[in-house]
Design a binder for this molecule. Structure first.
Ligand code: ADP
Length: 464
């Protein structure tokens, strides 16, 4: 097996860099170092932790152009999106720099006057993170920031497709003043590093963003050491457009939620459910705008849609289109000659499908690509039934200007994140997390630091 990770530019197929895979001995050494460093890092006071996090955030912003170029080169997304990702990641670092100062305990009335009950929070210990290639910057930052703020030490394994962003961000963390032992990275294949992380007694928590299948492996393998887990897994987001919605606004927001990162986000719209009375108008307006999206190398200023990450992704997406068309779907975008898979660079032209039925794979399988199938509904209860017919429960969206529709949809959508007239709901101060097979726990908000803390209870007897 190769000792190197070869990082390629998905827009050109060119090799950007070769980096060394860490050996098992090196990874175990990093775990030992992180475990040892926890003993001193947990004692650092909240103001100092906060100051270091703020300094890190500042350095990321100072270096945003260089970092964005790294993201675009290894992931493929347009530069403007790469910068947006970094700003989003930095907002988590800033938020948790403040939360570091608000790790409160409480006192509770006891059953008798001579007793006292105190509840306190303590950092859980060494945390291991495994991150995906679709947001190489922000997925790492939103795990590292609450972990460090809580007083945990941190090791991350980035995706083999996109390790360079993580390496640079961690260099900046060290430059900001974090000891090298407090925040580390290791590089290697997921299955190898995953096994070392899950079986290690020194690692007290695993935080993972990636596919539901890999999440299940990590959950199973973590059972032997009863590790705390935060899992941000797959999604199959529905977008429901009601008959009273502002159609132009719904089209614009659907494009934001569907085509960001070439459709490769776990909160990307996967299915569009449109009221039958506005189906034709919505489909027409959306198809026209989507056909005009500019596809190309993300380093070019005018690019709106970059490549998909690799051949497997490309084939899966094209197969979903072919499957839908063979079962009666119709492509309404006029750019299908632009799909291309030459020189190990894989581009899928943004595609809208109509006449979609529930027997098509795209209505159930996560697409992770720039393709949107449209189906129609008559009653809202029908839309809810279709929307909830999936093992996933991460993000969902609806467009309506009628508060009664909104309350009904909010109450009945089995999803952890709901966007009402909003195609971009992610925010550092809000809890991002899925229900059902989309995950465990939340990232962001006051909820996002809890998984890095243990609750301890002290009962004092005989005080009087
Ligand atoms: P994606 O489909 O987004 O690539 P994966 O779940 O395959 O999602 O990958 C997300 C992260 O999980 C990557 O860092 C990858 O290397 C890692 N990974 C893949 N397989 C495993 C595994 N068996 N155990 C632990 N981590 C894994």
């Amino acid at each position: 097996m190769s000792e190197q990770i070869i990082v390629k530019n998905p827009a050109t197929g060119e090799v950007i860099k070769e980096i060394k895979k860490n050996t098992v001995a090196e990874i175990n050494e990093a775990i030992t170092i992180g475990e040892k460093a926890f003993k001193t890092w947990k004692e650092v006071n909240a103001n100092e932790k906060s100051r270091l996090l703020r300094r890190w955030a500042d350095l990321i912003i100072e270096n945003i152009d260089e970092l964005a170029e790294i993201i675009t080169t290894e992931n493929g997304k347009p530069l403007v999106e790469a910068k947006g990702e970094l700003k989003s990641g930095v907002s988590y670092v800033e938020w948790y720099a403040e939360e570091a100062k608000r790790i409160y305990g409480r006192t509770v009335p006891a059953n008798s006057g001579d007793k006292r009950i105190l509840v306190s929070k303590q950092p859980i210990g060494l945390v291991a993170a495994i991150t995906p290639w679709n947001f190489p910057g922000s997925m790492m930052l939103r795990k590292a920031a609450p972990a460090l703020a809580a007083g945990c030490t941190f090791i991350v394994k980035p995706a083999v497709e996109t390790p360079l962003t993580t390496i640079r961000l961690i260099e900046l963390a060290h430059e900001a003043g974090f000891e090298k032992e407090v925040i580390q990275y290791v590089n290697g294949r997921g299955s190898v590093v995953g096994e070392l992380f899950t079986s290690s007694k020194a690692i007290k928590k695993i935080t993972f963003t990636g596919s539901t299948n890999v999440g299940k492996i990590l959950m199973r393998d973590s059972a032997s050491t009863v590790k705390s887990l935060t899992m941000e897994l797959g999604g199959h987001a529905p977008v429901i457009v009601c008959d009273d919605a502002d159609i132009d606004f719904a089209v614009e927001q659907t494009i934001i939620t569907k085509f960001r990162n070439a459709g490769q986000t776990c909160v990307c719209a996967n299915r569009l459910l449109v009221h039958e009375s506005i189906l034709d108008e919505f489909t027409e307006k959306l198809s026209e705008k989507v056909s005009a999206l500019n596809m190309g190398n993300g380093l070019n200023q005018e690019t709106e849609i970059g490549p998909v990450i690799n051949k497997d992704s490309y084939e899966k997406i094209i197969n979903q289109i072919d499957d839908a068309v063979s079962k009666g779907a119709e492509v309404t975008t006029n750019n299908q000659d632009k799909h291309s898979s030459e020189n190990e660079a894989y581009f899928v032209a943004p595609t809208i499908l109509k006449n979609v039925s529930l027997d098509m794979n795209i209505m159930y399988e996560e697409t992770f690509g720039p393709v949107a199938p449209i189906t129609s509904f008559n009653k809202l209860s029908e839309a809810i039934e279709i929307a909830n017919d999936t093992p996933y429960g991460l993000a969902s969206y609806f467009f309506t200007n009628d508060y009664r529709n909104a309350i009904y949809l909010h109450d009945n959508l089995d999803y952890g994140i709901v966007g009402w007239n909003d195609g971009a709901p992610t925010a550092a101060q809000a809890p991002f997390g899925g229900v059902k097979e989309s995950g465990l726990g939340s990232e962001g908000g006051i909820e996002g630091i809890e998984p890095y803390l243990e609750t301890k209870y002290l009962s004092i007897g005989n005080v009087e």
